[in-house]
Design a protein around this ligand. Sequence first.
Ligand code: IMP
Ligand code: MG
Length: 184
Amino acid sequence: MAGTVCIHDLYFRRLMDGDAIATRVRTLGEEVSRDYAGKRLLCLAILNGSFIFAADLLRVISMEVDICFIRLSSYSGADSTGKVTTIFGLTENIAQRHVLLIEDIIDTGKTLHELLPVLHEKQPASLQVATFLSKPGARRYPIEASYTGFTIPDQFVVGYGLDYNGLGRNLPDLYIRTTEEPQE
Ligand code: IMP
Ligand code: MG
């Protein structure tokens, strides 16, 4: 994969490659497997961004696990304008279940700040968050995950499921926004 990619009008440089991501996701899977040993886990993966992280994390979790993909209101552009409203696709009854919410990135924290109380109301046995990325520098709401893949600077990123206006989700590596144009 190239060191710099251009998506729409922006340049992004490679921040970490797929191998480094796989190594970290494997470690997260081991932690989850250890913490939930003997329990049956219900993962709720938030679409679209978490689909690749969820697929990789699920395959390194060793105990019994159900997966349900949910969708919230969409996010567009390079600023967090997202307004969380309804949860779509929550076909499982989460009452008395051990629920692990799978998110691609915690940016301002607004999404989870609004979503977590809605899920808590449904009285799960436990409710934790696994996020691939976290940008602590962008946080406006006091949200932290139990499992965080990587902490990154407050810059826009794409790849490994994350997009910039619809593109970039299929990049196996993670790229971060740069103002520098690529060297020819
Ligand atoms: P929050 O509500 O501000 O925490 O933002 C959460 C959502 O914004 C994530 O689930 C992403 O969909 C999106 N988002 C935030 N930062 C980025 C980024 O750097 N790249 C792509 N999507 C992002
Ligand atoms: Mg998202």
